[in-house]
Design a protein around this ligand. Structure first.
Ligand SMILES: [Zn+2]
Length: 266
C-alpha cells in the first residue's frame, strides 16, 4: 500500500522497535518460506496526559501509546480563574504520574482541551460567556512552567474530533464533522483525512453564527446565535434548570425520562 520496498519497511520497523514504539510478537509459520514476525504497538512506548477544564470540573487522564486510558482523576472546580485553575491542573498531572507506575521519560507531553475561541500566537481568549478571567491568558506556557512537560492547548471540539478519528466512531472516515454539545455548541472537522482548523483554530466555532435574525440576545453581543438554541445552556434555560446547580445534566436526564416511551432516546 505504501509502495515502499521490503528493505525500507524492515529498516523503519527496526528503528521503531529499538526506540520501543513497536514490539515483535511470536513468529508465525506460514505454508511456504520463512516464518513471519508480526509487530504491534508497544503500549508502554509512550504516554501522554490529557486535561479538560470545565466550569465545574477538571479532569485528567493518562493514556498509553495504544490509546488505552490507564488512569483518570477528576476534581471539582467552581468557575475557576486561571490563577486558581493552574495549580489544580498541575496537581492532577503530578497525581497521575504518581498513581501509575511507568517510565516518566516516556511521557511525551500534556494536552489540554478548552472551549474556544482562540486568539493569535497560542494564547487562548475564551469567550466571556464561558469562563471568566481567561482573556489572553497564556495557558500552555504557564502550565508548562509548573509541570516541566511540554503542553499543547486544543479547542475542545477539535480534541474530541481527533479522539473519535483515532479511537472512536470516526475511525476510517476521511471527512466528517463532530458536533460538540457543551454549555455551548462547537464543531471539529476532518476533510480528506486532515484536521481542518483555519485561522487560530476557529474553523469549528459555529456557536455564534446567526440562525434567527433578531432572535434571542447572546452574551457575545449579537442576537439569534445558534448557541442560544442548540446547547446545554439553552436546554437548561428552556427546562427552567438553574445553571448554577450542581448536576444540571442529571436533571435534564430525569426530565427526559417520561419522553422515552414516545421517542427512542439513548
Ligand atoms: Zn453569540
Amino acid at each position: 500500500m505504501t509502495a515502499l520496498s521490503i528493505q525500507t519497511v524492515s529498516n523503519i520497523v527496526e528503528e521503531l522497535v529499538s526506540s520501543k514504539l513497536l514490539k515483535p510478537e511470536a513468529a508465525q509459520k506460514i505454508a511456504r518460506g520463512q516464518p513471519i514476525t508480526p509487530y504491534s504497538i508497544n503500549p508502554d512506548g509512550a504516554y501522554s496526559i490529557g486535561l479538560e477544564l470545565g466550569k465545574d470540573h477538571a479532569v485528567g487522564v493518562l493514556t498509553d501509546l495504544s490509546g488505552r486510558v490507564r488512569d483518570r482523576i477528576e476534581r471539582p472546580v467552581d468557575r475557576p480563574t486561571p490563577e486558581q485553575a493552574m495549580p489544580i491542573l498541575a496537581d492532577i498531572v503530578e497525581a497521575l504520574q504518581t498513581k501509575v507506575r511507568f517510565d516518566r521519560s516516556r511521557l511525551l507531553g500534556v494536552g489540554i482541551a478548552m472551549p474556544g475561541r482562540y486568539a493569535a500566537e497560542g494564547t487562548t481568549s475564551l469567550s466571556p460567556a464561558t469562563l471568566p478571567g481567561w482573556q489572553d491568558f497564556p495557558v500552555a506556557s504557564e502550565l508548562a512552567r509548573l509541570i516541566r512537560v511540554p503542553v499543547r492547548v486544543e479547542n475542545d471540539a477539535t480534541a474530541a474530533a481527533i479522539g473519535e478519528r483515532l479511537h472512536g466512531v470516526a475511525r476510517g472516515l476521511q471527512s466528517f464533522v463532530y458536533l460538540f454539545l457543551g454549555r455551548g455548541i462547537g464543531a471539529g472537522m476532518f476533510l480528506d483525512g486532515h484536521l481542518y482548523r483555519r485561522s487560530h483554530q476557529n474553523a469549528g466555532e459555529i456557536g455564534h453564527i446567526v440562525v434567527v435574525p433578531n432572535g434571542r440576545p447572546c452574551p457575545c453581543g449579537k442576537r439569534g446565535c445558534l448557541d442560544r438554541y442548540v446547547s446545554l445552556g439553552s436546554a437548561y434555560e428552556h427546562l427552567g434548570i438553574e445553571v448554577s446547580r450542581k448536576q444540571p445534566a442529571e436533571e435534564v436526564e430525569a426530565l427526559c425520562l417520561p419522553l422515552r416511551s414516545h421517542f427512542s432516546i439513548s
